[in-house]
Design a protein around this ligand. Structure first.
Ligand code: HEC
Length: 316
């Protein structure tokens, strides 16, 4: 057989493979770049931090290398009362999210506002920075954009952190890592569908809610309710605590596993949690020997359940 056929075949194969790669990989990326980010997208990007899955900053998915969400009630510089506002605090060395590293993904308008009015380009990971989601005008239209308040208002990470009460501090980013690590997405979606679904679970998300988010944790298969807006329909910390410690305390036939081990060794006051005792009391309650179930311990301020709870309750 002449060599010619092979050459033609090889070229045709190359064109077909290359063409399909362009269509499936390159062309959608152009489309994604043209989607302007929503305010929800900005809030998520800033509160979740760089990456909630496996990364070299957090190889064992312990929630390390994440920003803190802090509700600021007093101007950290002047001390004057202000309308409460959520600030996203990146201590020195905490990796910035895609929105800061690569503002192009936010869409042209938000990227321009964040660079010019927000001075996002002045932020450095080595020094740390504090960001807000602010509103501003670009060519006659109003947009939410990212403001680097360390540059624009001298709100340093130190000042914001020393002013902040623990009850105004939320570990939303570390909590999303817990959500990924614990496999909540095996049973729960974060994606109400464009069907009557939204009547119960709330509005489906919009495309611009996800710019730069990794991973999105949409989930695939639902064995429990959608959680995208769970914090709006159920914001009771007490209910959530009981439900995570042992879902059967509040939903007798729930198939959801218990996540009591996220409490760790000690409770809020530093006393050791006696899981064996708790379970035997619980079994006695289920058997009808006790009238009341055992009390769920209050969690320690740096426990993994705190992170998860802060994340779940942030899903508004
Ligand atoms: C084996 C499947 C399964 C896994 C894994 C699972 N869940 Fe659930 N979850 C359910 C089911 C079923 C329900 C509904 C019954 C109930 O309330 O317990 C539920 C209910 C919930 C609710 C209440 C929802 C509402 O509408 O009020 C929350 C919040 C929740 N789960 C969070 C989580 C989180 C966070 C994780 C991971 C740490 C998780 N679940 C892991 C199955 C699961």
């Amino acid at each position: 057989m002449a060599f010619r056929e092979y050459k033609i075949g090889t070229r045709m194969f190359g064109i077909a493979l290359g063409g399909s790669m362009i269509i499936t990989l390159y062309m959608p990326s152009l489309d994604i770049y043209s989607v302007g980010v929503t305010e929800t997208g900005l809030v998520k990007g800033l509160s979740y931090g760089n990456n909630s899955g496996f990364s070299y900053a957090d190889p064992f998915l312990q929630g390390k290398g994440k920003p803190l969400t802090i509700t600021v009630k007093k101007d950290p510089v002047t001390g004057a009362d202000i309308d409460p506002v959520d600030a996203y605090v990146y201590k020195p060395g905490i990796p910035f999210p895609s929105a800061i590293r690569n503002p192009g993904i936010l869409g042209a308008e938000v990227a321009a506002l964040s660079a010019e009015d927000g001075r996002v380009g002045d932020a450095s990971e080595a020094e740390g920075a504090v960001f807000l989601v602010s509103r501003g005008d670009y060519e006659g239209e109003t947009f939410s954009y990212i403001e680097n308040v360390s540059a624009t208002r001298k709100w340093t990470t130190e000042k914001v952190l020393t002013e902040a009460a623990d009850s105004d501090t939320y570990h939303v980013g570390s909590g999303k890592t817990m959500f990924v690590r614990e496999g909540c997405w095996w049973c729960h979606t974060l994606l109400p569908e464009q069907t009557q679904d939204w009547q119960y679970f709330g509005l489906p998300p919009r495309l611009g809610d996800f710019n730069g988010e990794s991973p999105t944790a949409f989930g695939s298969d639902r064995k429990g309710p959608d959680l995208l807006h769970v914090g709006s329909r159920n914001s009771s910390k007490e209910w959530m605590m009981m439900h995570f410690f042992n879902p059967r305390l509040v939903q007798p036939h729930s198939i959801m596993p218990r996540f009591d081990y996220l409490w760790g060794e000690v409770d809020e006051n530093g006393n050791e949690i006696d899981y064996d005792q708790w379970r035997s009391d619980y079994n006695a309650y289920v058997a009808g020997e006790n009238i009341y179930p055992p009390v769920v311990p209050d969690y320690a301020p740096n426990s993994e359940i705190r992170y998860l709870m802060d994340y779940v309750l942030s899903l508004k």
